[in-house]
Design a protein around this ligand. Structure first.
Ligand SMILES: [Zn+2]
Length: 511
């Protein structure tokens, strides 16, 4: 054969569109050319493929070798094309004798025909296969795009990919193993579907003593999908509370767990526990690209890694203002789109935002534990660092006072397992009523689903006037009141529900 065609895939966002790898060998002066908008990494692949073939005991063919990665307009970064290119070179130069190509009768379920097999893997110079990033994202996307396809990956990536139901995954340690598999000399066993490791319970709310107001805000946040800002001095337990939000949410459905794991597979490092909602807490020095995603070769940011989970921003005013501003759109749309010259990459980013801040720069404004060293102007300036539009998108704002002297004698708080059923019941009501959590109601839907009774409406209108709320803010308060009513199992929003929602929205500067 002088032309070999193999199937591989690119990775844009968490989607893995197919890529055709064509390898052509023609007589002539030895050369090795790659076409199809391959960037630096793919060009480096040339050297790795050559070395890996030689180290594995194969010949590098003498002749004009041309590799085309199609379609040309897909961005193709990463070394995952090494494997299909190397196999293509071996096929084109006649170094692999595939029984199925020779038309030999094959046992059913033996080695799949090449047409059904998708290959992805980076080669080391020794011919070993190096794990690739995004293996689970590739597997998930492939199972949706091409039912019946089979995936051949480096052994180190196959376990992850094998989580996807209905997809056959093979893992190979070296190029020689791949060749032995294709020649049916030593067929690889399909990787067994991973049984999900049981994880320990998430951190429990009973660890937080006292702090009734903040615990209540956390419950309301969980019960309606609302974003939350906690204001309090250092050591008052804001981080502890934030870490306990994900545990209050209903467990992830299997589809969602797979999607979260597919996103996690794009990051280097060990995979987080499967099935747990993500919790991400980037430092305030984070760049805009690291927070929302970006770069010349688009990479997901923290908000995507927090998809279906919680993004915790501690010391909110310390984050760069323009960095925080980049959150505004994803907070509305639940996704982030990164445009590059020829391509647009979209990542999911449906996360719940929990932010925390000190009341002032020194941290002790309004505390009776320690005196604040800031002037009133400094306090005002500190709070003014938060942009209005971002604050506007945070439905719940609550104070977390410093722990008093009696802290050690307080009984343990209500445990997560006792609070979660209330949250689940409230979310259940919302999904049955309107198909989404209250926080996700579009402006046009709010009037349909959030009915205050006469007293509640009067209270709402009065607060709207007193605090000079925009229409957007007033709508958000209505949604929080709806959640409070859902927690109480009430059909209509009553004035106690509205009063609590208004309380969560008092302007920061008045506290
Ligand atoms: Zn201060």
């Amino acid at each position: 054969m002088t032309l070999a065609v193999l199937a591989s895939c690119a990775l844009t966002g968490i989607d893995a569109p197919p890529v055709r790898v064509e390898v052509h060998l023609a007589p002539g002066l030895p050369s090795f050319t790659m076409v199809g908008l391959a960037d630096t990494e793919v060009r480096e692949s040339r050297e790795r493929v050559r070395a890996a073939l030689l180290s594995s005991g194969f010949d590098f063919p003498a002749g004009r070798l041309t590799v085309n990665l199609a379609p040309a307009d897909l961005p193709k970064e990463s070394g995952r094309f090494d494997l299909p290119i190397a196999v293509g070179v071996l096929l084109a130069s006649g170094q692999i004798a595939m029984p199925s190509l020779a038309g030999r009768a094959r046992a059913r379920d033996a080695v799949p025909p090449l047409a059904r097999l998708v290959l992805a893997g980076e080669l080391s110079l020794t011919g070993a296969l190096v794990p690739i990033s995004g293996a689970l994202a590739i597997a998930l996307s492939l199972s949706r795009r091409q039912p019946g396809a089979e995936l051949l990956l480096p052994a180190g990536s196959a376990g992850q990919a094998a989580r996807v139901p209905g997809l056959r995954v093979y893992g190979a340690a070296t190029l020689r193993d791949v060749v032995a598999h294709l020649e049916e000399k030593q067929v690889l066993a399909a990787t067994a579907r991973r049984v999900d490791a049981t994880s320990g319970p998430p951190p429990c709310l009973s660890d937080v003593k006292g702090q009734y107001g903040a615990r209540r805000a956390l419950e309301v946040a969980a019960a309606g999908g609302h974003n939350l800002l906690m204001l309090g001095p250092p050591g008052s337990g804001k981080s502890m509370l934030a870490q306990r939000l994900a545990g209050l949410l209903p467990p992830l459905r299997h589809d969602d767990a797979l999607e979260a794991a597919a996103i996690a597979s794009l990051a280097p490092g060990p995979a987080p526990t499967f099935g747990l909602r993500p919790f991400r807490a980037p430092h305030h020095s984070v760049s805009g690209a690291a927070l929302v995603g970006g770069g010349t070769r688009p990479r997901p940011g923290e908000i995507t890694y927090a998809h279906l989970g919680v993004l915790f921003l501690d010391e909110l005013p310390e984050f760069g203002r323009h960095v925080l501003d980049t959150l505004r759109e994803p907070l509305e749309t639940g996704r982030v789109s990164i445009a590059r010259a020829q391509h647009r990459t979209e990542y999911p980013a449906r996360f719940q935002l929990v932010a925390a801040m000190n009341p002032c720069r020194c941290g002790w404004h309004g505390s009776n534990v320690k005196a604040c060293a800031c002037t009133p102007d400094q306090v005002a300036a500190y709070r003014a660092r938060l942009s209005g539009p971002l604050l506007d998108r945070i439905d719940l704002q609550v104070e977390v006072p410093a722990a008093g002297d009696d802290w050690a004698d307080l009984p343990p708080g209500e445990p997560t397992d006792a609070v979660r059923p209330r949250v689940e019941a409230a979310l259940d009501r919302q999904h049955r009523r309107q198909g989404c959590a209250n926080a996700a109601l579009a402006p046009g839907q709010v009037d349909d689903h959030c009915h205050p009774d006469t007293a509640a409406r009067a209270l709402w209108k009065q607060a709207m006037k007193q605090f000079a709320w925009s229409a957007r803010t007033a709508h958000r308060v209505l949604k929080v009141a709806r959640t409070v009513a859902d927690l109480a199992g009430a059909e209509e929003i009553g004035s106690p529900h509205m009063a609590e929602a208004v309380q969560f929205r008092r302007p920061l500067r008045e506290r």
